[in-house]
Design a protein around this ligand. Structure first.
Ligand code: GDP
Ligand code: MG
Length: 441
């Protein structure tokens, strides 16, 4: 998965303060592979990565996130944006019935979807009617009738025994029937072929024209991966559609088809099917799909938590102090507590990719260690925290006794604080942090 591959990138970036072009390139490379593995079409990947790089280069340095996390966050936001930019409800006709037509290849899941959609609409107090316009396959009409029974909705079908009927005629008559029997929504199931062909397109286009469909939903199997793009293009040009429904999301497809179809056709993805049962159906959720494509649910959760708990004002205050060399032990403690708020440190690190390889790091920042540092700082007087230089030998002894640690623990903390402050001042100078007076590199 992407999280496995990002491990090395994340490790290289640890401790860096800002996004360099090389960082962005390295992270973008991993994300590119992840998208390709998720079956996003190559042309779509290219455009997308270019967009991400552009945005990452202009991004502000985040105080809460490390550079790799920042890139992942941008990627996720862009994905959600593309997948959900125009999520909308079904277009209902001003005068009933609203006509919804389903189009797509054979096996895409149209007939199943007809039942799901009908049941869903029924739950919203509509009175849908299913229409059997797949007269190609012998069992197609029966299949729709079974689906209709299960969903407990009426099905309009040509009378049996009349030979192969004309689907355009059936569709036309179904609208009159719906009007007469007061069904407010008509769902027209159509025939598909195994591959795109002209006759299929012509028939679908004819049905669409005959019934003046309010919505044409292009139904596409998420498992077909790269082929989704050419199929979607063919239906867009041959029939035209207003929305997309993704099916078989319960399979192991990574969902790249969603991004490709959305990006190439510009049509919104409106629903998702995730099983054979009538209830395995929902409105489309862009955030879930984005995290599925990236395969980084855990990392995204971590990023969210880090941002939520990071107190921006406090960070800016600390940054300003770092620049002027005024960072105190009080700030040090505050920062530590801010990190603490995010939850047990072990959990946090566990969420990072490659936590298995981070045993050393885990050992260093365990909870007990932070507890001890906190106890030592709490054992200092406000004046000492403000100006650690005044902490002489006798004060160190007093602090150690007061906080139940050894003098060398106090020494260690004070020394590390001075080291950190010195390092931060140098960094501030180099990166032009507030008060640092340096230039942006
Ligand atoms: P159509 O040819 O487009 O009408 O496709 P069908 O509705 O007949 O579905 C083809 C097959 O896919 C059937 O066996 C369905 O049970 C199955 N199917 C449809 N939607 C889903 C789904 O979301 N998940 C799974 N696992 N199977 C589905
Ligand atoms: Mg069918």
């Amino acid at each position: 998965t992407l999280s496995d591959r990002l491990t090395s990138v994340l490790q290289n970036l640890r401790g860096k303060g800002r996004l360099t072009e090389a960082d962005i390139d390295a992270t973008a490379r991993e994300i590119r592979i992840a998208l390709l593995e998720a079956d996003v079409a190559l042309s779509v990947v290219r455009t997308f990565i270019a967009k991400i790089k552009e945005r990452a280069k202009g991004a502000e340095v985040s105080a809460a996130l490390n550079p790799a996390q920042q890139v992942v966050k941008i990627v996720n936001e862009e994905l959600v944006g593309i997948l959900g930019g125009e999520t909308r409800r079904l277009n209902l006709a001003k005068t009933a019935p609203t006509v919804i037509m389903l189009a797509g290849l054979q096996g895409a899941g149209k007939t199943t979807l007809a039942g799901k959609l009908a049941k869903w609409l029924k739950g919203q107090n509509h009175t849908p009617m299913l229409v059997a316009c797949d007269l190609q396959r012998p069992n197609a009409v029966t299949q729709l009738q079974v689906v209709g029974q299960r969903a407990e909705v009426d099905v309009f079908a040509p009378e049996p025994g009349n030979g192969v009927g004309d689907p355009v005629d059936v569709a036309r008559r179904s609208i009159e029937e719906a009007r007469r029997t007061q069904h407010d929504i008509v769902i027209v199931d159509t025939a598909g072929r195994l591959g795109v062909d002209e006759e299929l397109m012509r028939q679908a286009a004819d049905i669409k024209a005959a019934i003046g469909a309010d919505e044409v939903l292009f139904v596409v199997d998420a498992m077909i991966g790269q082929d989704a793009v050419s199929t979607a293009e063919a239906f867009r040009d041959g029939v035209g559609f207003t929305g997309v429904v993704l099916t078989k999301l319960d399979g192991d497809a990574r969902g790249g088809a969603a991004l490709s179809v959305r990006e190439v056709t510009g049509a919104p993805i409106m629903f998702a099917s995730n099983g054979e049962g009538l209830a395995d159906f929902d409105a489309f959720h862009p955030d879930r799909m984005a995290s599925r494509i990236l395969g980084m649910g855990d990392v995204l959760t971590l990023i969210e938590q880090a941002e939520q708990h990071f107190d921006q004002a406090q960070a800016e205050k600390a940054a300003a102090k770092i620049g002027t060399g005024e960072l105190t032990l009080e700030d040090f403690l505050e920062q530590m507590l801010a990190v603490r708020k995010m939850g047990p440190i072990a959990n946090l690190l566990g969420m990072l990719p490659g936590a298995g390889q981070m045993k050393d790091a885990l050992a260093q920042v365990d909870e007990k260690h932070i507890d001890r540092l906190q106890a030592i700082i709490r054992g200092m007087t406000p004046a000492e925290r403000q100006d650690p230089k005044m902490i002489n030998a006798s004060r160190r002894l007093r602090i150690a006794k007061g906080s139940g640690v050894e003098v060398r623990d106090v020494n260690d903390l004070v020394n590390r604080f001075f080291d950190a402050r010195k390092m931060m001042q140098q960094m501030a100078g180099r990166f032009g942090m507030p008060g640092g007076g340096g230039n942006r590199a």
